[in-house]
Design a protein around this ligand. Structure first.
Ligand SMILES: *[C@@H]1O[C@H](CO)[C@@H](O)[C@H](O)[C@H]1NC(C)=O
Ligand SMILES: *[C@@H]1O[C@H](CO)[C@@H](O)[C@H](O)[C@H]1NC(C)=O
Length: 404
């Protein structure tokens, strides 16, 4: 594989190395993963406490930046608490005996999954099947640059396995305004706060891994950064000003407002809003537990976007299409079998739009500047939509925008 431009942008944020135009795990990592692959009799990894030691060993073989790539300080206690105290002995036996070897196997395949991904990346037929040269390879999707990344569910499984093992380098993520991606903070907060919500979040993720290893999903998921250009450009729609909206006579698209129920439970193929943080996922991998974070736990594949989507700006939105729902609810009442249809590109017809809400805006949200900001965000989705689900407290904002 040649050293591609898309790979170059994301390689510093991946744990694998590129050598002689191929991707590899460093050989000590391969040895450690092969030991895990052979099960707890061989690897001795049969508890959360030992698991964390294994994670540390693997990380030590990755050439991470020692000065800045430290894990959250209570992470070790968190892994031990979850797998050795909160999980039943029977479940833990299954986890270490069956799921852990499958995780190691998937991780071992990450380099080849990435190579297959990049080989296919330029042939994906987005936009009704036109081969129009759209780049879809895994790369950083940076501010003010519209673009789409198209990943298989299996590759996403491997990326989330890296998060579970805390293998993503974190040095320089801050400088690029990239969100947290490893799971160390999640386990650390579990230990520090002893909060049932954190336990539920981790249970959702654990359940996701159990499910994919009982039957690996074969679909695809796309992550798209949408930008309304701020500067006027003759060929595309630019960021409308107050004047545009106040003089516009174009009718709004059809929409329905519901004041009860949950977004994820509606069955029609509606657009679903993620009332997001600027950093996609918000506190999903920390303590946070509101609409966005809950959605990221019942559809954990959304977390993969946190690897490469930099902070959203006011004229941007992120559309994620195709994630599968694995849990019935955040309180984790059990399994959920997602029966949504799949489109021609293998994506489940679940279309989630992340637009970042104003932070504690109060009355300020009704000022011209703020209404313009939110109206324009919704404008980005308008062409194709006829429904717009809103729920929770913040729906007032959207109803106001659409109704007035
Ligand atoms: C390692 O991290 C430190 C502290 O964040 C940073 O100053 C330095 O540039 C990093 N080194 C590399 C090679 O990334
Ligand atoms: C997923 O996308 C790839 C192209 O990257 C395609 O070859 C494959 O058929 C798609 N999967 C499904 C289930 O449609």
């Amino acid at each position: 594989m040649e050293y591609r431009e898309d790979l170059r942008s994301v390689l510093p944020y991946l744990p694998v190395v590129l050598r002689a135009s191929s991707l590899f795990w460093p050989s000590p990592v391969v040895e450690a993963l092969k030991a895990l692959l052979n099960g707890p009799d061989h690897s001795k990894v049969d508890s959360g406490e030992v698991l964390f030691l294994a994670i540390s060993d693997i990380r030590n073989s990755l050439n991470l930046n020692i000065s800045s790539d430290r894990l959250a300080s209570s992470a070790a206690d968190g892994y031990a608490l979850f797998f050795d105290d909160l999980m039943s002995r029977a479940e833990a036996k299954k986890w270490f005996g069956e799921v852990m070897p499958a995780l190691a196997n998937l991780l071992l395949r990450l380099p080849s999954l990435l190579e297959i991904h990049y080989k296919n990346a330029d042939g994906v037929l987005i936009n009704g099947g036109r081969r129009d040269g759209v780049k879809t390879g895994l790369r950083l999707l940076e501010p003010q640059e519209p673009g789409i990344v198209f990943l298989s569910q299996e590759l996403i499984g491997a990326l989330l396995a890296c998060s579970f093992f805390c293998l993503f380098p974190i040095t320089n993520r801050g400088a690029k305004h990239l969100p947290t991606i490893n799971f160390d903070h999640l386990f650390a907060r579990l230990y520090e706060s002893d909060d049932e919500k954190l336990e539920n979040k981790i249970k959702c993720i654990i359940h996701y891994f159990e499910r994919i290893f009982s039957c690996m999903p074969v679909g695809n998921i796309s992550f798209e950064r949408k930008v309304l250009p701020l500067e006027h450009h003759p060929l595309c729609v630019s960021y409308p000003r107050i004047n545009f909206w106040s003089k516009s006579v174009i009718p709004l698209c059809r929409f329905e407002v519901y004041n009860s129920g949950l977004i994820e439970d509606h069955s029609s193929e509606a657009l679903e809003v993620d009332f997001a943080n600027k950093f996609i996922g918000g506190g999903a991998l920390h303590r946070g537990c509101v609409q966005e974070e809950i959605r990221f736990m019942i559809n954990p594949e959304l977390i993969a976007g946190m690897l490469f989507l930099t902070r959203m700006e006011d004229n941007e939105a992120i559309e994620i299409m195709g994630t599968e729902r694995f849990a019935s609810s955040f309180r984790f009442c059990g399994d959920f079998v997602d029966k949504r249809d799949v489109d021609s590109l293998g994506r489940r017809k679940t279309r989630i739009i992340a637009i970042d809400a104003l932070c504690s805006a109060g009355k300020r949200q009704y000022e011209h500047e703020c209404i313009l900001r939110d109206a324009n965000r919704n404008r980005m989705q308008q062409e194709a939509e006829d429904h717009f689900w809103v729920d929770g407290l913040r729906s007032k904002v959207s109803i106001f925008i659409f109704g007035d």
